[in-house]
Design a protein around this ligand. Structure first.
Ligand code: 8X3
Length: 246
């Protein structure tokens, strides 16, 4: 298979790229950080890299068009690029953070999907995989726009399934809970202590766990479509709804 992975320079994306690469698939790794992509490329036998800002529509189109012929028929698109910025309550957080999350998690994801889908439909084969989150389903304080973008991702994936009926193109939304990666460092704007403290003692999901899930859904027999796959570390669970008392 030819697999395009966004946000491939670190965390989930890197682990997903390696998983497909190690299993003999052709990998197209897209991310902004070129040196990181080059180091990934050295670890994967058949790997093309696209150093590109996923929010730059022109650059994205040009990068895809520049792919060698033998990498152009994309079988699996893994829409992994995404981020959370801030964990402050809605009334005091920075609106720029909201705009950035909407730009990456929603606009860029839907633009790239729209670019790639026609070739899959034409070949009557392909798989769109999105990285959602438990935050798209279960609200928590400070999740505000991040959770809302992931609710979009989930509903977008399900809506695609409806539109793609009869095309053989599969769509799956993978929805992880607490997972250890650069995610929290980005969310906490580089505060390493805070990010470390969040994961300490939690036995959180690891990027490799998410890579296994993505690989599993994409290598199932063609008549099987996993619509959504929610996963948490065993240590993570639900708690009671809060009631504020005067
Ligand atoms: C990340 C999961 O629980 O940190 O999407 O919001 S959580």
């Amino acid at each position: 298979m030819i697999v395009l992975i966004t946000g491939a320079s670190s965390g989930f994306g890197r682990a997903i790229a390696k998983k497909f690469g190690e299993n003999g698939h052709k990998v197209i790794a897209l991310a902004r950080r070129k040196e990181r992509l080059e180091s990934l490329q050295r670890e994967i036998p058949q790997c093309e890299i696209l150093p590109c800002d996923i929010c730059d529509k022109v650059a994205l189109k040009n990068s895809l068009a520049s792919l060698p012929k033998e990498f152009q028929s994309i079988d699996v698109l893994v829409n992994n690029a995404g981020l959370a910025l801030g964990i402050e309550p809605a009334q005091i957080c920075d609106f720029d953070d909201w705009e950035r999350m909407i730009a990456v998690n929603i606009s860029a994801l839907s633009f790239l999907t729209h670019l790639i889908l026609p070739q899959m439909v034409e070949r009557k084969s392909g798989h769109i995989i999105t990285l959602g989150s438990i935050a798209g389903k279960y609200p928590y304080p400070g999740g505000n726009v991040y959770g809302a973008t992931k609710a979009f991702v989930r509903q977008f994936a399900l809506g695609l399934r409806a539109d793609l009926a009869g095309t053989n193109v599969r769509v799956s939304d993978i929805e992880p809970g607490l997972a250890e990666s650069e995610f929290s460092l980005v969310r906490f704007k580089g505060d390493e202590e805070r990010a470390k403290a969040l994961y300490k003692g939690s036995n959180a999901l690891q990027p490799q766990d998410i890579a296994e899930a993505v690989y599993w859904v994409s290598t199932l027999p063609k008549h099987v479509n996993i619509n959504t796959l929610e996963m948490m570390p065993t240590t993570q669970s639900f708690s009671a709804l809060s009631v504020h008392k005067e």
